[in-house]
Design a protein. Structure first.
Length: 370
């Protein structure tokens, strides 16, 4: 089996493609893989790290602004729409795949479109509740549209859709709460886990700071917070506010969380963005959450992701425009003081979880190829 995969721009598009490829490799060790990514995209680093070959094309998206800079950028995008299709067609002919799988991002557009024109069976996978432009445009050209959440079906009328969920890492599915709390050296106080991504989200850091500083003074909660690459000011500001991290054993403040499965398994409440993969992990673990969608993403898709959980009674939301330290503390206290409410959030969250997404996706692949 020769499998061509295309997806990039963000980890949210790349990681599902890597998970799909990894699962196929486990089932079919003889399979051959080729990724096509955007030249200069993060996929150029992540895909080889995972042990897969990648080729590049050059593509970009249209900008909505009417500034001279945006007009010039859009003119380049028009040219790249043509040249990227030529580049993709050449790579596809050379690799001669049995199937093509797109996981979103601009780069998947010309690749999947050209593969479909060449008669190659094609699938796309949409991670979000509100789909990206590329996947919506490709939906009627492919054999199957695989969706992570039921709420996305309404945007794919006329397409052949199937709910598969988002691939979730194995360690997330097997992590144990009691063992994780023991490993982290926690006591019986509630544990809050908060993060805003590897770069750090300024507004989340500012609001969480107030919550962490209070716990540093009164010891009310245990708290693990990752402030990210651009949040280096966080520990120093805590020190200036009178919080001595060395003596506050209930606080674990770091730039990055490299043992997320352990930290999430141990947590009583998660405070984070509403990226699709993160939410799938929260659902798999049944974790009550306060979601703060990023307003700086395409089609405001994180808001729609968050609302899918909120409408199911599985999470709370604070939009970034309403976010403050006071608002976050108020909602956190309200959730953690009510065990019944937490249990209900957890139950509803688990009901939404799809923990066999890899198996479902592989089943669709086999169905299309048979």
């Amino acid at each position: 089996m020769k499998v061509l995969l295309a997806g990039g721009g963000t980890a949210g598009h790349i990681n599902p493609a890597l998970a799909i490829a990894g699962y196929i490799r486990k089932k079919r060790p003889d399979a051959e893989f080729l990724f096509i990514g955007n030249k200069g995209g993060m996929e150029q680093r992540l895909v080889p790290q995972a042990g897969f070959e990648i080729r590049s094309i050059t593509i970009s998206g249209f900008q909505r602004s009417m500034s001279l800079k945006s007009i010039a950028a859009n003119a380049r995008t028009v040219r790249r729409t043509v040249t990227s299709s030529i580049q993709a067609k050449k790579i596809i002919r050379e690799f001669a795949p049995d199937i093509c799988i797109g996981t979103g991002g601009y780069v998947s557009g010309p690749v999947v479109r050209e593969a479909a024109r060449m008669g190659i069976p094609c699938l796309i996978h949409e991670q979000n509740a509100y789909p990206g432009v590329t996947n919506k445009m490709l939906a009627r050209r492919v054999n199957k549209v695989m969706l992570a959440v039921e709420a996305a079906k309404t945007y794919f009328k006329g397409a052949d859709v199937v709910i598969t969920g988002n691939p979730v890492r194995g360690e997330i599915l097997t992590a144990d709460r009691a063992a994780s709390r023991k490993e982290l050296g926690l006591d019986q106080r509630p544990l809050i886990l908060s993060f805003g991504g590897s770069l750090g989200a300024q507004k989340i850091n500012e609001a969480v700071f107030e919550l962490v500083a209070r716990s540093g003074r009164d010891g009310r909660y245990q708290h693990i917070h990752a402030y990210g690459k651009f949040g280096g000011w966080f520990p120093e500001k805590l020190k200036e506010s009178g919080v001595d991290l060395e003596n506050c054993k209930n606080l674990d403040i770091r730039s990055y969380i490299d043992n997320m499965s352990v930290c999430m398994a141990a947590a009583d409440l998660v405070i984070c963005r509403a990226g699709a993969i993160t939410l799938s992990e929260i659902q798999a673990m049944g974790k009550p959450a306060i979601l703060i969608p990023s307003p700086n993403v395409a089609e405001n898709h994180q808001f729609h992701n968050a609302m899918a959980l909120v409408n199911a009674g599985a999470a709370e939301i604070i939009e970034e425009s309403d976010l403050s330290g006071e608002a976050l503390i108020e909602k956190t206290d309200a959730m953690l003081k009510n065990a019944e409410t937490l249990a209900k959030f957890s139950e509803n969250c688990k009901k939404m979880a799809i923990t066999n997404a890899n198996e479902r996706i592989y089943s669709v692949i086999k169905q299309v190829l048979d």
